[in-house]
Design a protein around this ligand. Sequence first.
Ligand SMILES: CC(C)(COP(=O)(O)OP(=O)(O)OC[C@H]1O[C@@H](n2cnc3c(N)ncnc32)[C@H](O)[C@@H]1OP(=O)(O)O)[C@@H](O)C(=O)NCCC(=O)NCCS
Length: 374
Amino acid sequence: MSQPQYSPGLEGVVAGETAISSLDGGLSYRGYSIEDLAHHASFEEVAHLLLHGDLPTAGELDDFRRRLGSQEVVPPPILETLRRIPVKVPMMDVMRTGASLLAHWDNEVADNAHDANVRKAERLLVQLPILMAARHRLVQGKEPVSADPRRSFAENLLWMLLRNQPTPQMTRAMDVSLILYAEHEFNASTFTARVIASTLSDLHSSICGAIGALKGPLHGGANERVLAILQSIGTTDKAEAWVMDALAKKQRIMGFGHRVYKDGDPRAAYVKPMCSELAAQTGNTPMEELADKVQEVVWREKKLPPNVDWPTARLYHYFGLAVELYTPLFVVARTAGWSAHVIEQLDQNRLIRPAANYTGPGKREWKAVGDRGA
Ligand SMILES: CC(C)(COP(=O)(O)OP(=O)(O)OC[C@H]1O[C@@H](n2cnc3c(N)ncnc32)[C@H](O)[C@@H]1OP(=O)(O)O)[C@@H](O)C(=O)NCCC(=O)NCCS
């Protein structure tokens, strides 16, 4: 029997089929380019596209918004539990716990029918940001606030986190970042979610696993490290030396490189002008110049282009959001994509169970414990 070829990190391996998104000839969600979606759509329309298979009609969008608005509550015992989690626990860990807690109060948790999973996904979509905002306020010694169903998803997020009326530009930029974070084919966290779903587990378990995978700095966790890098460099004149030193030490520079996009991440290209504009409006042009210098040196030395996390971290900083919210915001957006993948996996399920090349010792003789030497 011929051995299937092994590809470390499963690079280039086709591990399934999907109708949700494609990276072929640019990134698209169900056939729509992300540039078109980011330019014209709201996050709600994109979430509908991912979960329901198509962009909503005007009537469907109204219904969708109404449904989301009517579910904007987190059960009080969950908020009580959030109060008891030690303040030092990182927000991403709380998101993972939060997704698990939400399962305990969801009456359909064990129902894996397509429609039940869509309903659960819609609930998670609105409950996770409320939970995130509640925890964020609790660690600051403030009381959680309710969502405002009259506001759009993006505006509500900014409102719950900042408690200031966001400018239209901020709301639009948040919408765009959520749209661009919402879905990305068989990335590590989505694949995790699909593996869990393929065992006929449940949607909440898939989301918990996906959050755990997203947290890592090689994946979603990179956006928080990006800001740490920029803050530790401090000023543009120090950028060149910092990058050269990091590369000499073989350090990974967060926000650069991608498994699939070797010539550039289209999401990063889309966010950059928005980021520069917001930097100018919020007095952050020096950070933008510093970021440009880092980008120039990384490209010159390693030919590595920035990925979506490079500008998005700055965008969130310019909004005035705390760093520990950056990867959780990615969770909030990607819940739409993860859920769509879980639903798709279950619609055509086959257990995901790959094989491995064994590299351990050959056959060995059993020895009783007393015969194994000192
Ligand atoms: C995303 C990432 C894990 C993809 O990695 P990958 O496809 O496995 O690429 P590899 O690890 O094989 O890297 C190829 C080469 O580029 C280098 N490289 C890749 N990303 C790098 C980075 N961000 N900084 C420095 N060097 C990097 C590797 O060290 C390797 O160099 P070498 O051939 O001299 O050993 C990687 O680019 C990375 O670690 N980026 C930083 C984390 C990040 O921003 N993640 C968010 C992704 S959206």
